[in-house]
Design a protein around this ligand. Structure first.
Ligand SMILES: [Zn+2]
Length: 346
């Protein structure tokens, strides 16, 4: 008996996108998505999730019997691991991503929020075709992290987080979102437009309280004034850094998320994101103080600060929020929907 997998979007608008994950020629199983038309109220256990009935409007292949299947164990991703493409189930991929991206002792609801964000992120990357020979890579600076190394105890918790969110993704306007996440915002996240220059409706600036006990929540680096000047003048030859360091700094503005937006240094307009990159700062949420011979930069938070704060998710979970509340807080105006697979038997 030959088994094959068919997944269909229940959302009519998405039926026009027949191949979302795997480009033609891929060895991965052919699938389209099944996405429920209504936001999902996830069940509390993996068993209940697996038993969930498919949407009544599902299209069944003529002459075939269809059986609802859990998504994560049926769909595979081609993952670029150390230069080699490895095919693995979404479930196995997500456990490795959780191991790389979030401490296993975080509350279960935070781990589940991360699992949904990472599933959404991975499927979106695969859909976009970022890598020609793979759906996603394991470089956190390119896609998102992944590792096979984790303790048995961590594996148990990550497996639970993945199983209890099987197939759940975050959508906006019936499309998968770019579910960006980061470590710690310092109290408020940034809108995408403030960091990357393009306005994305679901990546807006939102409050993110309770992150204060994150490691290195606030950190001060002391830069020698000559080093500071040399690095800046390399990037901006027209910058006038004559006179004492106190005279170098002009007006500045802040973003809605509290980050340094623009600062004038030596008469030149410098973006906060550029300053962060040039001096490898932990965050654009920063304050600068100047002495006669050094520049002190105090950062708060860690990461690009757009999307879901992981330490904010931890704080929300500790305050009683479930993973849906966490995701809907950080991704403005979104919904959570469930991807399902159907197994057709011939
Ligand atoms: Zn990548």
């Amino acid at each position: 008996m030959k088994r094959f997998f068919i997944c269909l979007f229940f959302v009519v608008a998405l039926c026009c996108t027949p191949f979302l994950l795997f480009p033609e020629g891929s060895a991965a199983p052919f699938w389209k998505d099944i996405m429920s038309t209504e936001p999902v109220v996830p069940s509390d256990s993996a068993q209940e999730a697996e038993a969930a009935a498919p949407d009544e409007e599902a299209t069944e292949p003529a002459g075939s019997e269809t059986v609802s299947q859990p998504f994560d164990s049926q769909v595979t991703l081609r993952v670029l691991v150390g230069g080699e493409v490895t095919e693995m189930t979404v479930a196995d991929y997500l456990k490795g991503t959780l191991a790389a991206e979030m401490p296993s002792d975080f509350p279960m609801e935070a781990l589940k929020a991360q699992a949904v964000a990472s599933r959404t992120f991975a499927l979106k990357q695969a859909e976009a075709g970022k890598h020609s020979n793979a759906d996603i890579c394991t470089d956190s600076s390119c896609c998102q992290g992944w590792t096979s190394e984790m303790s048995d105890e961590a594996m148990t918790r990550f497996s639970q987080a993945v199983a209890e969110t099987d197939g759940l993704v975050v959508t906006y306007g019936d499309s998968l979102i770019d579910a960006t996440f980061f470590s710690c915002s310092g109290g408020r996240t940034e809108a995408a437009v403030a960091v990357w220059g393009s306005d994305i409706p679901y990546l807006q600036s939102v409050e993110s309280p309770g992150e204060e006990d994150a490691p290195r929540y606030q950190e001060t680096v002391v830069l020698d004034a000559d080093y500071f000047a040399d690095l800046l003048q390399e990037a901006y030859p027209e910058m006038n850094l004559s006179g004492p360091p106190r005279a170098w700094f002009g007006p500045f503005t802040r973003t809605e998320g509290g980050g340094l937006d623009i600062v004038f240094i030596g008469g030149v307009r410098v973006e906060g994101t550029t300053l962060r990159r040039l001096f490898s700062l932990r965050s654009t949420n920063l304050d600068i103080s100047v002495t006669e011979d050094n520049i002190q930069i105090t950062t708060t938070g860690f990461g690009h600060r757009v999307g879901m704060s992981q330490y904010g998710a931890r704080a929300m979970a500790e305050g009683g929020a479930d993973f849906e509340e966490i995701l809907l807080h950080y991704y403005t105006g979104t919904e959570i929907k469930k991807l399902l697979c159907q197994t057709a038997e011939q």
